[in-house]
Write a protein that binds this ligand. Structure first.
Ligand code: NDP
Ligand code: BG6
Length: 507
């Protein structure tokens, strides 16, 4: 991660990034699942943004692969619509034509005998025509059951020259055992350094800023520990429901969809020790230590919920069990809250309260470091009635920024103290748009930088914790639904934190 001294240099979004990164090698990006939702909504818009900023290699091709019928022209037209609809930048015909010219499509079913031949033959031809040097990035944007066939086929047909990298989308397994099986399958054909497991939260600017905040500022490190921190709260709240993904969500639930990956990664970055440098191995070594040090919470330290009917921004929405494709008696959780501990010198006995859910009152991802109260405020008790403990609040999204809650004197006679906020807002400090997580992650893969991807041991530690929680859930059957859409979760989540004499941050 480079440190930017001159903010002015970032004013022009088109030079952003150019200043900081070298150009990737020539290569082919092969997207398996090119007709799918992820490609339309995230991957193509991200590639367009990279093209606009001239961050893609000079010699570069995109090969889309899926079963749906189509050819280069239909693929280009389809992707053009996707970019127009989902890209963060204005659509520019000149930029698009340049990108489209490098795009190809192969309709094939990898489950069929020889289904991969067409892709291989095209890549060999493009290598010759475009001078790609045999460099390949394979993106597995397909449902997990298709992974083994594709991984096997790719492994057996590795290019004789150049480098190969494989991007694997979540979910990475369903439990520890299946994650280990998947790792074993990947290692049969690929080296760990060639595997890029995506957790798109790590690609978010504000999540990376957690590292900058902690390790580029001398003032935080001395107080970032059990002596000064009372507790930490991490919230990943969404107001959306399951968006037509019942098939996936019924099997995943909130624990596998958010807790196992995004939430635990946010926690690791918050709790980790300073890495000795910013290389992939150093950062991941520190994160995995946090995951290993987390102890399994007892059943009383975990609350789960499922939304019933309710209102989101004044609009009535159905209960989870009424969503298309969801079983009418589904016991899938759409909300989880937990109290976790990291058993380390730094954090012993400091609770990490975490909560995440669908159909909550609003979209909000925050990390709140709540400090201990001032030991002996010399004011009269009534003076500080409106004073809350100091909180450093990292707004991951939306309204990206950081704010520090401090006590300040209310102007006027006498001594009355109230909590006020010192705010840093991205929008105000940097007049450049926020890149989408997938832009950063695709570019990092092209550059071979795995820092913002999860390593196999991290994924396995994450599953260890989830498996223990899920095993405990087999012993009871909560009465679902237990929170209304538009609320902040079930009463059991409040009980969990109230028992410790604390409460969830107010919104
Ligand atoms: P979709 O169901 O929308 O798309 C799946 C894609 O895989 C389609 O292009 C489909 O092609 C292709 N496919 C399926 N089977 C085969 C096969 N045998 N041979 C070749 N192609 C095949 O899924 P998503 O795009 O939503 O998700 C893809 C992956 O990304 C999943 O692992 C998902 O968990 C993950 N993900 C998705 C997110 C999202 O926002 N959508 C967010 C995070 C992760 P066709 O139908 O033409 O055969
Ligand atoms: C995905 C989950 O990984 O993250 C979705 O599968 C969730 O259920 C999404 O909605 C949230 O991502 P973001 O970037 O919108 O916070």
């Amino acid at each position: 991660m480079a440190i930017i001294e001159e903010q002015e240099e970032l004013q022009n979004p088109l030079v952003e990034g150019l200043l900081l990164r070298r150009k990737p090698d020539p290569c082919a990006l092969v997207i398996f699942g090119a007709s799918g939702d992820l490609t339309h909504k995230k991957l193509m818009p991200a590639l367009y943004a990279l093209m606009l900023r001239r961050l893609l290699p000079e010699r570069f091709v995109i090969v889309g692969v899926a079963r749906s019928e189509g050819d280069d022209e239909t693929f280009r037209n389809d992707m053009q619509e996707a970019v127009k609809q989902h890209a963060r930048d204005e659509f520019r015909e000149d930029i698009w034509s340049e990108l489209a010219e490098s795009m190809h499509y192969v309709a094939t079913d990898f489950a069929d005998e020889g289904g991969e031949d067409a892709v291989h033959d095209l890549l060999v031809r493009l290598d010759e025509e475009r001078g790609l040097g045999g460099n390949r990035v394979y993106y597995l944007a397909v449902p997990p059951p298709v992974f083994p066939t594709i991984v096997d086929a790719l492994g057996k047909r590795r290019s004789a020259t150049g480098w190969t990298r494989l991007i694997v989308e979540k979910p990475f397994g369903h439990d520890l055992e299946s994650a280990r099986e998947l790792n074993a399958l990947l290692w049969e054909h690929f080296d760990e350094r060639e595997i890029f497991r995506i957790d798109h939260y790590l690609g978010k600017e504000t999540v990376q800023n957690m590292l900058a905040l902690r390790f580029a500022n001398g003032i935080f490190e001395p107080i970032w520990n059990r002596q000064f921190v009372d507790h930490i709260q991490i919230t990943v709240a969404e107001s959306i429901g399951i968006e037509g993904r019942a098939d996936y969500y019924e099997r995943a639930g909130a624990i596998r969809d958010i807790f196992q990956n995004h939430l635990l990664q946010l926690l690791s970055l918050t709790a980790m020790e300073p890495p000795i440098d910013f290389t992939a191995e150093s950062v991941r070594n520190e994160k995995v230590k946090v995951l290993r040090a987390m102890h399994t919470p007892g059943p009383k330290s975990v609350a789960r919920g499922q939304y019933g009917r309710g209102f989101i921004e004044g609009v009535e929405v159905p209960a989870y069990r009424e969503e298309t494709g969801v079983a009418p008696d589904s016991m899938t959780e759409t909300y989880v809250a937990a109290k976790l501990f990291v058993d380390s010198w730094r954090w012993a006995d400091t609770p990490f309260y975490v909560r995440m859910g669908k159909r909550l009152a609003r979209r909000e991802t925050t990390i709140a470091i709540q400090f201990k109260r001032a030991p002996h405020p010399p004011f009269e008790e009534t003076a500080a009635e409106g004073l809350r403990p100091n909180v450093l609040l990292v707004h991951v999204q939306p309204d990206e920024g950081v704010s520090l809650a401090i006590g300040a004197k209310v102007p006027g006679q006498g001594m009355s103290i109230r909590t006020v906020h010192m705010d840093f807002l991205y929008g105000g400090a940097f007049r450049t748009g926020m890149p989408e997580a997938y832009e950063r992650l695709i570019l990092d893969t092209l550059l071979g930088d795995g820092t913002l991807f999860t390593r196999s041991d991290e994924v396995e530690e994450q599953w260890l914790l989830v498996d223990a929680i899920v095993a405990a859930w087999q012993r009871d059957r909560p009465s679902f639904p237990n929170y209304a859409a538009g609320a902040w979760g079930p009463p059991s989540a409040d009980d969990l934190i109230h028992r410790d004499g604390r409460s969830w941050r107010r919104h």
